[in-house]
Design a protein. Structure first.
Length: 261
């Protein structure tokens, strides 16, 4: 290729890259954002900071989708009905500005992990099983020797897994919670990504419940509160002490004296 042609192509690419950086990047969200199973319906919503003429949705290693925008809307929605395994994966969106040919950079990725109920849920155990005190190390063990490639530990009330581990040769993992506190109390479950399916998940398995008791206050000698003697009536006085070398008739204004109530 002639040097002039190479220079023109390079210049065009630099201009396009510069324009893309000036166009605000969109954001992509998944609805519902978790718990999508095979056969369910889900939506990917591309949020647009500027009026767009076209919006593209990309799947990593998969299909691309596009949508023309005729109305002034701040989002473009892509609906998926009766999801299949090939829908699982990583997605981005991108848009072209209406009043020009400028194209934005791609959004940050969103991952769609589908629950496949064809895989059996994992087993779970808790040690120690009884109520534990603050500061105890607790182990939650999960296993499925046939399918699990990566195990995830979930706590009820948390939207994302709190830990993940690769199993040993017998298909088991041990999640350790070090020095637990009452904040760690709750219900825990496990799931796993099947081998060779990083965007598929087993159903959640049975649950275990962790109860952490707070540390009791250390024993100590009880001291009653200190009180002050009431002040004398206005203008009153009382002999509280004798100055060095003074006479018994010398009077001093009363000073409140602390004592036990």
């Amino acid at each position: 290729m002639a040097p002039m042609a190479v220079a023109l192509i390079l210049g065009w690419w630099l201009v396009a890259a510069s324009r893309a950086q000036q166009v605000p990047r969109p954001s992509l969200s998944l609805h519902p954002n978790q718990g999508v199973s095979l056969g369910d319906t889900f939506t990917l919503r591309c949020h647009l900071p500027r009026l767009a003429a076209w919006v593209w949705l990309y799947q990593e290693g998969g299909l691309s989708y596009y949508k023309g925008k005729e109305k002034e809307e701040n989002a473009a929605e892509f609906f998926f009905v009766s999801t299949e395994r090939e829908h699982a994966g990583r997605y981005w969106c991108q848009y072209r500005v209406s009043e020009s040919a400028e194209v934005s950079m791609k959004s940050d990725p969103v991952e769609l992990v589908l629950t496949d109920r064809n895989f059996p849920p994992p087993h779970i155990s808790l040690h120690p099983e009884e109520r534990v005190r603050t500061g105890t190390n607790v182990t939650i063990r999960c296993w499925n020797k046939d399918y699990g490639a990566t195990f995830l530990l979930h706590k009820d009330g948390r939207s994302a897994p709190i830990q993940h581990l690769v199993p040993d040769d017998v298909g088991a993992v041990s999640f350790t919670l070090f020095g637990v506190t009452p904040a760690d109390s709750g219900t825990y479950r496990c799931s796993y990504h099947p081998k060779n399916y990083s965007f598929l998940s087993s159903p959640l398995g049975d649950s275990v419940t962790l109860e952490v008791t707070p540390t009791p206050a250390p024993p100590g000698r009880y001291l009653p509160p200190m009180c002050l003697s009431p002040a004398p009536p206005m203008g009153g006085s009382v002999i509280t002490s004798l100055p060095h070398g003074g006479d018994a008739g010398d009077e001093h204004t009363q000073v409140p004296v602390p004592h036990r109530c």
